[in-house]
Design a protein around this ligand. Structure first.
Ligand SMILES: *Cc1c(COP(=O)(O)O)cnc(C)c1O
Length: 405
């Protein structure tokens, strides 16, 4: 038995079911295990490693910053936070930002902002504010956030659940319209549902939702923790439909694949609800995080990573579409954010991921049926060609094993 896997299974809470590989090094789109075997990372930590592992510009910046100033708390100003927020606002079209560390914390921040906006600006009666989210959503794992998940396992055993949320069918504008009432503070939505299995809403949905929210005085809050920062081929997935949300949640790739960095951004009238003491985080906006976040944003723009994602994503989707396998039920995605849906009658996504791992390609299933392909945006075209070959061969192998059994 492998010692590191033994140690984790002995001492680590069993809240994950990792593939049996022990990684020790990463560079660009590759990671290596302890025996020196090389893998192509087609998962990139759920899109947190869009810049590639150990991105040289970020490594250099971290080395300098770590030796200079790291954690001081927001009890003081620093020379790093302002420039980071300014750049984040410039690039996203938002007015102000509130820095956090993890995605879930930024979602919590958005919920607080929306509620306080509802009471102080919209005039909703005390403690009556409601936030509408979508079925199939994923916004994180805190006790408040799981209250509006409809994934049974995320909730079971963790009640009682926070009130003030309702769910509507994703992609259904009529359902959203019917759910809005005088207490509705915000509509919280992922432009593409990642954890649900790379689910794209019908074209025009997000734009229509934006218009509906404006008309009904409801905040539109886009959770772009996963879809943002180039993943779908635009800097923000909202840009595909020229949507300008009132609040925007970023995380994952904002940390450049090195550090947890997240942010809630919003229009001034929303962010202005916060006054000193309302909300905070010991680590949120620390100089190391802010320096990394700023460099991560600059690299995205200067290296054209969103454009790369659009081009290589189209290329990968087309190549996957040419695989002739009865196991493939659907190939869908936007940019390098792609799901390959496996027919559950013929095989599982987990088996596909295990066989891909043996061949040196790392990915992870979402639910039982979807293989997620979301490599670093820096991935080379040749690596994509290689990945497609491995996927084709694994599906052929699964089909053969199925027919033989
Ligand atoms: C990952 C994710 C989160 C939560 O981020 P954490 O850093 O894991 O807390 C929230 N929203 C979306 C859309 C995500 O993909």
């Amino acid at each position: 038995m492998n010692n590191y896997i033994d140690l984790e299974s002995r001492y680590c809470a069993r809240n994950y079911h990792p593939l049996p590989v022990v990684l020790t090094r990463g560079e660009g789109a590759y990671v290596w295990d302890e025996s020196g075997k090389k893998y192509l990372d087609m998962m990139s930590a759920y899109s947190a490693v869009s810049h590639g592992h150990a991105n040289p510009r970020l490594v250099k910046l971290v080395q300098d910053q770590v030796a200079t100033l790291n954690i001081v708390s927001r009890a003081f100003h620093t020379d790093k936070l302002g420039p980071f927020l300014e750049r984040a606002c410039q690039l996203t079209g938002q007015d102000m930002g509130l820095p956090m560390n993890t995605g879930a914390e930024a979602v919590e921040t958005a919920i607080k902002a929306a509620r306080k906006w509802a009471y102080t600006v919209k005039g909703v009666a005390a403690d009556k504010a409601e936030i509408i989210a979508c079925k199939g959503n994923f916004h994180g794992r805190t006790t408040t956030i799981i209250a509006f998940s409809d994934e049974a396992q995320y909730k079971a055993g963790f009640g009682p659940y926070a009130p003030g949320f309702s769910l509507v069918e994703y992609g259904n504008l009529g359902a959203l319209e019917a759910a809005i009432n005088e207490n509705t503070a915000a509509f919280l939505v992922e432009p593409i549902q990642g954890e649900a299995g790379i689910v794209l809403p019908p074209p025009g949905y997000l734009k229509a939702a934006e218009e509906l929210c404006r008309r009904r005085n409801v905040l539109l809050i886009a959770d772009e923790v996963q879809t943002g920062l180039g993943r779908t081929g635009k800097l923000l997935a909202c840009e595909h439909e020229d949507v300008h949300p009132d609040g925007l949640i970023l995380g994952k790739a904002l940390g450049g694949g090195i550090f947890p960095v997240s942010m809630f951004l919003a229009k001034k009238e929303v962010m202005d609800v916060f006054t000193p003491g309302d909300h905070g985080s010991t680590f949120g906006g620390n100089p190391l995080a802010a320096a990394i976040g700023l460099e991560a944003l600059n690299i995205l723009v200067e290296d054209g990573l969103a454009e790369r994602s659009a081009e290589l994503g189209d290329y990968l989707i087309a190549a996957l579409g040419e695989i002739d396998s009865p196991l493939i039920r659907d190939v869908r995605g936007c940019g390098l954010f792609i799901g390959v849906e496996i027919d559950p009658a013929l095989g599982t996504a987990r088996t596909a991921c295990e066989l891909l791992m043996e061949r040196g390609l790392l990915s992870k299933e979402t639910h039982e049926t979807v293989v997620r392909l979301a490599p670093p945006l820096t991935i080379a075209r040749e690596d994509i060609d290689w990945a497609v070959e491995q996927i084709r061969d694994v599906l052929t192998e699964m089909d053969r094993l199925r027919l033989a059994s």
